[in-house]
Design a protein around this ligand. Structure first.
Ligand SMILES: NC(=O)c1ccc[n+]([C@@H]2O[C@H](COP(=O)([O-])OP(=O)(O)OC[C@H]3O[C@@H](n4cnc5c(N)ncnc54)[C@H](O)[C@@H]3O)[C@@H](O)[C@H]2O)c1
Length: 350
């Protein structure tokens, strides 16, 4: 599976050029209520080679990343006469690009789609790499496809309307890229005096390149690509559990906690030094407000973890850093080891 080209900067002329050189029977923009208002008008104003299109709008939010939403979208495509020569242009965050990619890659056995990510998290991570999917009864990304978009168009100007909480959520995946693969990227991000759309924009391409290299080496996640899941085994469990409460965490917020607890696991497995452990923990706590985890929910979290896609033979498989900038995969940890890592995190926060 060849990686999709990723273009950064002023993207309208790239899309215009693509639409001039390729003929489609119909074009669909997929947006949510926020990107419909904040992003689509900016994009359309810059495009010259598009006259006829349909807009499909979904409700934003992780709790809508499910088969019901996709079913409605398949029906809408069908009613509007979409065929195998139609094009879908996904304009939104990771929820929308994951779901829009899944919708397009399955409708009539697959129609072409383009991702235009509009959150920091989707620009640096979700929109590229070819993973599309939906949650199943709250279990993250349980159903999906590996299908590459035609291209990914990244314009940091979309980030100017993004809430700061969402920016920090995206920063989590950028920090992950540094921790697993590139110490300089980690240092660059940690050393920034403030983390907002403007200060992070110069580092977006570095993050994209780190992910792109990993994906190109292992597009179907047979080996090295698993390192992108650092922080996600525990983070996804925390995210799924929090979605059932009145105060759901954002994806990146859950992944930050997951990365810290998994760094404690790395230390307990003698993969990293105490100095690295302290640096990771102190850096995260300087950038994020962190809370303890109520150990009463630990059994629920274990249940979510048991459904993680990396598991084999009923054991829980982790990707763990083995120093800052390096990561190992397929590290099996027992429930007791996981519990101890949670307790160490709680003790350190308290
Ligand atoms: N496929 C992958 O490889 C991959 C990788 C990482 C994360 N993900 C997935 O990404 C999802 C999280 O994505 P996310 O953090 O982008 O969240 P999101 O898609 O929920 O977007 C966050 C919010 O920002 C709004 N928004 C989007 N663009 C905006 C803009 N420019 N201005 C104002 N508001 C805007 C959205 O409407 C939404 O309310 C999770 O479901 C996660 O599983 C996928």
């Amino acid at each position: 599976m060849k990686s999709a080209p990723i273009h950064f900067g002023s993207i309208a002329y790239i899309l215009d050029d693509y639409l001039e050189k390729n003929t489609f029977s119909s074009i669909f923009f997929l947006v949510d209520e926020n990107t419909h208002v904040h992003c689509l008008p900016i994009l359309l104003a810059d495009l010259d080679n598009i006259s006829a299109y349909e807009i499909l709008e979904i409700d934003s939010g992780e709790d809508n990343k499910n088969i019901d939403t996709v079913n409605n979208l398949w029906l809408a495509l069908s009613e509007l006469g979409a065929d195998r020569h139609s094009l879908v242009i996904n304009v939104g965050g990771g929820v929308l690009t994951d779901m829009g990619g899944f919708m397009a890659s399955t409708f009539k056995r697959g129609i072409k789609f383009i991702n235009i990510p509009t959150t920091l998290l989707s620009q640096v991570d979700a929109s590229a790499g070819g993973k599309n999917g939906i949650d199943l009864e709250g279990m993250k990304n349980m159903v999906g496809t590996f299908t590459q978009p035609e291209m990914v168009l990244v314009d940091p100007k979309f980030l100017l309307t993004l809430e700061q909480r969402q920016v920090k959520s995206g920063l989590a995946e950028m920090l992950k890229h540094g921790l697993i693969k590139n110490r300089d990227h980690w240092d660059n991000l940690v050393q920034l005096p403030s983390h907002n759309a403007e200060t992070l924009a110069p580092f977006i391409m570095d993050s994209i390149h780190i992910k792109e290299n990993v994906v190109n080496n292992d597009p179907y996640e047979k080996g090295e690509r698993k390192i992108l899941n650092f922080g996600h085994t525990i983070g996804h469990a925390i995210e799924s559990e929090s979605l059932e409460t009145d105060f759901p965490l954002l994806h990146g917020e859950a992944i930050v906690i997951g990365m810290i607890i998994e760094t404690f696991l790395s230390y307990d497995q003698e993969l990293i030094s105490k100095i690295d452990l302290e640096e990771v923990c102190e850096s995260f706590s300087s950038m994020y407000a962190l809370n303890t985890i109520d150990m009463k929910i630990f059994p629920n979290l274990m249940e979510w973890m048991k459904h993680d896609k990396k598991n084999q033979n009923n054991s829980i498989n982790f990707s763990l850093i083995n120093k800052i900038g390096h990561c190992r995969y397929d590290v099996v940890c027992t429930e007791e080891e996981i519990r101890q890592a949670f307790e160490k995190y709680n003790k350190w926060i308290a």
